[in-house]
Design a protein around this ligand. Structure first.
Ligand SMILES: Nc1ncnc2c1ncn2[C@@H]1O[C@H](COP(=O)(O)OP(=O)(O)OP(=O)(O)O)[C@@H](O)[C@H]1O
Ligand SMILES: [Mg+2]
Length: 279
């Protein structure tokens, strides 16, 4: 058995646009992810993030190469059910991910569809609501929720399928700062409980919360490392992305003679660094 839960081996994917013309979205890409990792996947518009996400849960098949989830190939039709169950996806728009009006019915929909027993469904709905901090909303309607709450319900729906891996594809992009914070708190909590999280985002403050950042550029990996390594590399800017404001601020301060140890990626680090420099 491999050390990795997700193995992407030399994968390419292209979209047929018209006769004889394809858009190559993912190019000979290799990446391994361990169970329990929290990975931020970033890159400019069109760099291939969503395509890679859909390859991971078997919605798309590699044109070349292979993807293994817990050693199981996504290319084998007979594994599809298993793969979809293992890899849960949450998308961007909070308004089109619900299927039922009442929250508990919405969360029960997935497990009901795969024939999970009634008792077990009730248990799963309880656990999923608890995990996203929405237990008191069980019998309410989905329509009156805030964007952040709707996304938490979408995550609960995915959790009810007992996934090993959750992919958030820009799930905070349409939310206000509060909603973003809610979702990132849930993601961190789920990760601590052992679920592998892949958070697709353009937001580098969010990316900084991950253990590891993978930056895509034109369907390939531009850099893969810890947030500090990636922010220090210069490749964030080169890939058309923006460093977190706190990192920019620490750089501006460095130019004024306030030099910190390494790259600053959080408010706490900046505060500590300033205290040290003032002493
Ligand atoms: N259905 C499609 N048909 C044709 N080309 C597509 C299709 N979907 C995506 N592409 C192209 O594939 C490439 C990768 O797109 P993808 O959606 O994976 O990027 P992304 O990194 O998720 O971008 P974004 O940040 O805008 O969500 C882009 O060049 C895009 O135009
Ligand atoms: Mg996308």
């Amino acid at each position: 058995m491999s050390d990795f839960q997700i193995e992407i081996k030399g994968v390419s994917y292209s979209y047929p646009v018209r006769e004889g013309y394809n858009v190559k979205a993912v190019k000979n890409l290799s990446l391994n992810i361990r169970k329990g990792e929290f990975v931020a996947l970033t890159g400019m518009n069109g760099s291939g993030k969503s395509t890679l996400a859909k390859l991971l849960n078997g919605l798309f098949q590699p044109k070349e190469g292979e993807i293994l989830i817990d050693g199981i190939s996504t290319a084998d039709e007979s594994n599809m059910f298993e793969i979809r169950k293992k890899v849960g996806m949450v998308f961007q728009n909070p308004d089109n991910q619900t299927v039922a009006t009442i929250i508990e019915d919405d969360i029960a929909f997935g497990p009901e569809n795969i024939g999970v027993e009634r008792e077990e469904i009730i248990r799963r709905v309880d656990e999923a609501l608890e995990a996203v901090g929405m237990s008191e909303y069980r019998t309410r309607t989905t329509s009156k929720l805030s964007g952040g709450q709707k996304q938490r319900i979408a995550i609960a729906g995915v959790l009810a399928m007992k996934p090993d891996i959750i992919i958030l594809d820009e799930s905070t992009a349409m939310l206000d700062p509060n909603g973003r914070k809610e979702i990132m708190e849930v993601a961190c909590r789920l990760n601590k409980s052992g679920i592998t999280v892949v958070n697709i985002t353009h937001n580098m403050e969010e990316a900084a919360l991950a253990d590891r950042i993978v930056v895509l550029r034109k369907g390939r990996i531009a850099i893969d490392g810890t947030p500090k390594e990636v922010f220090a590399s210069g490749l964030i800017e080169a890939c058309g992305l923006t460093l977190p404001p706190i990192t920019e601020l620490s750089r501006a301060l460095a130019e004024e003679g306030f030099v910190f140890d390494g790259v600053v990626i959080s408010d706490e680090e900046l505060a500590e660094g300033i205290c040290r420099l003032l002493k």
